[in-house]
Design a protein. Sequence first.
Length: 660
Amino acid sequence: MAHDFVKSELQLEAQTGRVSLEIMATLFGGVLLICALVAKLTFDSPHNSAMLAAAAAILLGAPLVIVAIKDLWAGHMHMNELVALAVFAAFVFGEYLEAGVIAFFMILSVLIENRTALGAQAHIEALVRITPTRANKLENGSEVETEARHLKPGDVVRVRPGDNIPADGRIISGQSTVNQANITGESLPVDKNVGDDVFGGTINVTGVMDVQVTKAGEDTTLGKVKDLIIQAESTRIPIMRMIDRYAGWYTPTVLMLVGIVWFFTSQSGERDAATQRAIAMLVIACPCPLILATPTAMVAAISAASRLGVYVKSVIDLESARNVTAMVFDKTGTLTTGELQVTRLAPKSGVEGADLLAAAAAVEQNSRHPVARAVVNVARQARMKPAQTTDFTEQAGKGVSARVGDNVVRVGRGQWVIEQGVDPETKAAIEDTLMSSEADGLSTLFVTRNNVLLGWIGLADNTRPEAAAAMDELRQQGLKRLIIVTGDRESVAKRVAAQMHTEYRAQVLPAQKLEMVGELKARGHRVAVIGDGVNDAPALKAGDISIAMGAAGSDVAIHSATIALMNNNLNRIPFIIRLSRLTSNVIKQNMIFAVAFIILVISLAAAGYVAPIVAALLHVVSTLVVVFNSARLVRSGEEIEQAEHEAMEATLQRAKPAIA
């Protein structure tokens, strides 16, 4: 990645320098043209005016002619030859001022096109520049400054406030707040503690951290993001390939039309008028607005998407997202948080809820199981300090037991608790509870003290807060089928689907997911598959498009999906559909305008209503219209950023009284 970075930096600097040199030459040529015009109008000096205009025409027109000759020599038709021919014809017929003005405006149009492409490239390079070139590596307890490109997995680096994190890694010491908007699109910094992952190129805001490198160089998340953008901007949608296919006959057709107009006009004795009309037609026929209609829109759309942490591998996928009619969602980690949370405490009659939670937390504090973490977290939130235990034992997937004071406390699945020995009343209570909790789609933990039931705790993998709203928006966008697919139990899937108001399929194996996607496609649906990219790779690859949620740091997610969402916010999914449709509309607007402009103005030029200089000016205006119309897409998604920022601000405002 370091080599690629240096190479891309040099290329960007060379292109920037070349464009700057072209701007200087264009400005100098423009000054000569102004001087020629002043000499002609003010000093009544035709000879001096002609000399200045000729010099300007040569300075401005020579690059256009040279480029056209190179293209023709290489056997390529890029339509540059139309402009070169117009400038050359004006110069040969002694219209030096017109030749210079035409060349000036055409170069201005080309510079606008180049600056548009350069802006897209600068967007890519901005991601690369945020990776620091230096890192503070810890060796034998002391810091050694080294180049970031020399880091390798296992190295430990120290990151201070204000530093960019030099590589992907895991925090082994310290805590801080990290701004990772350039990777995930999250609007506000994220708190990081020991054991949390951090991404190269993100900014450490507050504390000092020691980070153990897990990925370096091109293997980092930032390196993969850069590759995704480069890959997307190098692809071409069908309409772009169609323009290339017909470019070969466009120039001959224009030349034929120009020849016909010149012949019939000159036959009527108006040779000067014939020449003027031919030159104007050649200038207008150069289809810069048509060529820019699609790529400018796509570049703007990719920029808008990446700002929100959405990266597409191919613009074809972005373009085709507008046609999606069905979506298949994985449940765990996609629609839900993937982390169990306590949603219900059900103490037995006569037992306090605090007593039930305290007993369970005391035993579960010794376990690393996700269920145990959920119980302990609730106890911490209730400001309980779990009691000390002895004789702790754990049976994987069944339950845990320990001695709390003089009492033996067990926490686990109902059947396991029954097997440990309970009275008939406790057994009946557990069996009845199991049936009712399963109907509610909860996972249950039963707590006993000395084989006497204290009650049970219900846990669930809660849905993401924005999930239901995202589903509603997708339905409003016209999607016909929204299906939740999970390998989880029927009751759990039913509970989540009820909150989403969608279809569901429970206890589905990976092979069955593939079959379901195939069935939808066989019925004529355009299918998008949404998953976390870890256990959903086969299904993701089967969809017409695939979207990986929370792809930051996940190689599997980035490689298996066509669109990678670096964060887990589900509102990005309807945003993708909306952006795809908006981009398609902008492209259509650009194409209609470009074609109508060329046909209308070339017809007026053929009739003698548009002079060559006016044609050159109109050409620049048409190019600007297309560029600025496409630029509107860059602002797509600003309402999402604003809403997220306001929601966070409201949360902070509510939290202030509690903190105080």
